[in-house]
Design a protein around this ligand. Sequence first.
Ligand code: ZN
Ligand code: ZN
Ligand code: ZN
Length: 108
Amino acid sequence: MEECTHLDQIKEVTPNSEGCAECIAKGDTWIHLRMCRTCGHVGCCDESDNRHARQHFRETNHPIINSLEPGEEWSWCFIDEVIVGLEPPPSEQAGGFLKLLKRVLRSG
Ligand SMILES: [Zn+2]
Ligand SMILES: [Zn+2]
Ligand SMILES: [Zn+2]
């Protein structure tokens, strides 16, 4: 099974903005929001026209995003193209990550 090897890039971040900053600047809209787990950048999802979350990954190489949608508790690694955090934690590090994710979601 594919596993993400980039969990060490996850930092304790909070969303930088309440929506996709690039879309807001353009007066555009988005469908779902994703947050970069390395720097807190908020971007729109791949179903949105602008795909700013993916663009942020291309520009910065920050691999892991998580959903900012209520009730969605998953993260995604652009490099491995796997869902991160839904599987049972393979290590203590991943367990800590799950707690971190829940804390971020609660604070949002
Ligand atoms: Zn990865
Ligand atoms: Zn956007
Ligand atoms: Zn980032």
